[in-house]
Design a binder for this molecule. Sequence first.
Ligand SMILES: CC(C)(COP(=O)(O)OP(=O)(O)OC[C@H]1O[C@@H](n2cnc3c(N)ncnc32)[C@H](O)[C@@H]1OP(=O)(O)O)[C@@H](O)C(=O)NCCC(=O)NCCS
Length: 179
Amino acid sequence: MNNLSFVNILDVKDDLKFKVRLWRNSKDVRDYMLDGHIITEEEHLQWLSSLKNNNRQKFWVVFFNETPIGSVYLHNINKQDLSSSWGFYIGEGSYRRKGLGKKMLFMLLQEFFENIHLETLKTIVYSSNSTALAIYKKFYFTEVETDEPDISMNLTELVFTISDWTKHKESLFNDYFCS
Ligand SMILES: CC(C)(COP(=O)(O)OP(=O)(O)OC[C@H]1O[C@@H](n2cnc3c(N)ncnc32)[C@H](O)[C@@H]1OP(=O)(O)O)[C@@H](O)C(=O)NCCC(=O)NCCS
């Protein structure tokens, strides 16, 4: 049974908007972000206002039933080549390792390919992030070969395209979403 929903961060109450900053700054999340600096309250407010009428970014708070548990976001949305980068985290530690990260990814893919109509989802993760890499492997993401020293040393770049979605969506639904 899937109890997850995505709500645009601009539509949630102010105290939850501020909780997102606390999640993002917590060590359990920040250590896995490529830009791991501590976000100040002022930066957070500026970023929230920059989301209004912003075609290049989308940011959702993820709810499990009525409880906000984490975030999913798209950034660098490119309407020319129909690509975007993405990221996700579960800010409430007690909700990790229960299969919800995979459900969040499935829902994001559905939104990405079938509602927003983009075609290539990209991500770059620390090569040490074994949980994220395990999830991407299960979801048939393809690792991008690169000669860029920064990426090949510590980071792994992956993509998932609309043809991957067409090929795998039914098995992904059955394996990771509907239980
Ligand atoms: C990434 C994240 C959202 C995953 O959410 P989650 O609910 O914990 O993930 P799930 O329970 O759906 O799946 C985790 C999978 O990783 C695998 N896994 C977990 N820890 C692992 C480890 N140390 N080594 C290898 N595989 C691991 C498990 O096998 C599990 O798959 P399974 O349930 O099919 O066996 C969560 O861990 C998180 O918020 N991490 C911090 C932020 C982050 O890393 N974000 C991603 C980069 S942007």
